[in-house]
Design a protein around this ligand. Structure first.
Ligand SMILES: Cc1ncc(COP(=O)(O)O)c(C=O)c1O
Length: 397
């Protein structure tokens, strides 16, 4: 009899041979340049106290799905806080950002529809698009003009259409051309769904996100996570009252799962209030980013010129990225080496070490399977965001 699980070992060996094998790493003592805790809220006493109080009042679990027994008053409070923060009529909280993306896209689109998404969209957006059963068309990274050309040709063949993009690309640090995408959405009668996972808490006059930073005209479906700048766990979608009511009836990843746990719910609500009360946290983030970039430039470190707090240093091979990460760890810094499939692998047939041009990176030639990623914070109050990235400067208060 053959072992039906044997293929797993074979597959693992192939992943290791490609230099792509990964496993969780503990970071208990290194200076952290890799987390998504942009504002340092995950250990803030206000979040901890809110979580402890919620556990004391409601216990450790919501104990049921929201539509059955798991709907708590604090879920409503969090959703009201998110809606106010995002200036939308409503919001809905999911158990993670991943589940929010999957649930929203698979509810909004079906087999008669078209979903167009950026090539560098997060895995959860890609998964949601695929699960919806819609026709999926992927446009080259940041290529709004290519998208318009495609829609001109193809849009009439479909019932509904959605343009889907990260606002800040997590593994490249650049920002989507949202103003252009919004105009294209309007021209071709498409919904627009954006993932503000790395924009919330970071961009916008009060940290609401890139949508508010750019003053994008509604209606844009704004998805995000509570697990990065908000220091908690969970995901959300913010939009119109009818969108929220529809999702409560059709988003499977919201309906058929237990409600967000009390501690995460209360911590996220506290984080949203804190972001309003402590704007200096965002200023400090941008000051740190400016300092890092100045020092990087001084030392000739080729950090990609992007506007977000995500700093990327391209390296030619997986091995070099791992070696640099290990050396930095020896010196006390936690800086992860990002490798495929988190970043795209080299195109098929390409020798793995050959540099490969990535569109819109603004960095010219960039090797494919490299990347040393670090999540910092970019510009301080006084430093204008570069115009080349088509993102207008708004006052940060
Ligand atoms: C762009 C983007 N979207 C969604 C997610 C998923 O968020 P969560 O960790 O809350 O599932 C992430 C997190 O890695 C992300 O980077």
């Amino acid at each position: 009899m053959t072992d039906p699980y044997r293929w797993i070992e074979d597959k693992l060996a192939a992943i290791a041979r490609a230099g792509w094998h990964r496993q969780p790493r503990l970071n208990t003592h290194l200076l952290d340049f890799g987390s998504n805790d942009y504002l340092g809220l995950a250990r803030h006493p206000a979040l901890q106290q809110a979580a402890i109080a919620a556990i004391a009042q409601y216990g450790t679990g919501a104990t049921g799905s929201r539509l059955v027994t798991g709907h708590l008053p604090i879920h409503g409070e969090l959703e009201t806080a998110i809606a106010r923060f995002k200036s939308t009529a409503g919001a809905l909280v999911f158990s993670s950002g991943y589940l929010a993306n999957v649930g929203v896209l698979s509810a909004l689109l079906g087999p008669q529809d078209l979903v167009v998404g950026d090539a560098y969209n997060h895995s959860s957006l890609q998964m949601g698009a695929r699960l919806s059963g819609a026709t999926v068309w992927v446009y080259p990274h940041g290529d709004a003009a290519g998208l318009a050309t495609y829609l001109h040709r193809a849009r009439a063949g479909f019932r509904r259409c959605a343009i889907v993009t990260d606002t800040v690309f997590s593994m490249d640090g650049d920002v989507a051309p949202l103003t252009n995408l919004r105009a294209i959405a309007e021209q071709y009668d498409c919904m627009m769904v954006v993932d503000e996972a790395h924009g919330t808490g970071v961009f916008g006059p009060q940290g609401q996100g890139v949508v508010q930073h750019l003053d994008l005209a509604p209606p844009v479906v704004q998805i995000g996570t509570l697990s990065k700048a908000l220091g908690s766990l969970g995901g959300y979608v913010a939009g119109s009252a009818s969108l929220i009511a529809y999702l409560q009836n059709r988003a499977a990843t919201w309906i058929y799962t237990t409600g967000l746990d009390p501690a995460a719910t209360a911590a996220a609500t506290a984080a949203i209030h804190l972001i309003g009360q402590e704007p200096d946290r965002r200023d400090r983030l941008w000051q740190n980013v400016a300092l890092f970039r100045t020092l990087a430039q001084h030392h000739g470190l080729p950090v990609l010129p992007v506007v977000s707090p995500i700093a990327i240093v391209p390296l030619p091979t997986n091995e070099q990225a791992l070696a640099v990460s290990a050396r930095l760890a020896e010196q006390g810094f936690f800086v992860p080496a990002i490798r495929p499939p988190t970043v795209p692998p080299p195109p098929p047939g390409d020798p793995p070490r050959r540099p490969h041009r990535r569109s819109n990176s603004g960095f010219g030639k960039m090797p494919p399977n490299l990347l040393l990623g670090t999540h910092l914070c970019p510009n301080s109050r006084d430093r204008p965001i570069p115009k080349t990235l088509n993102i207008s400067r708004r006052n940060k208060t």
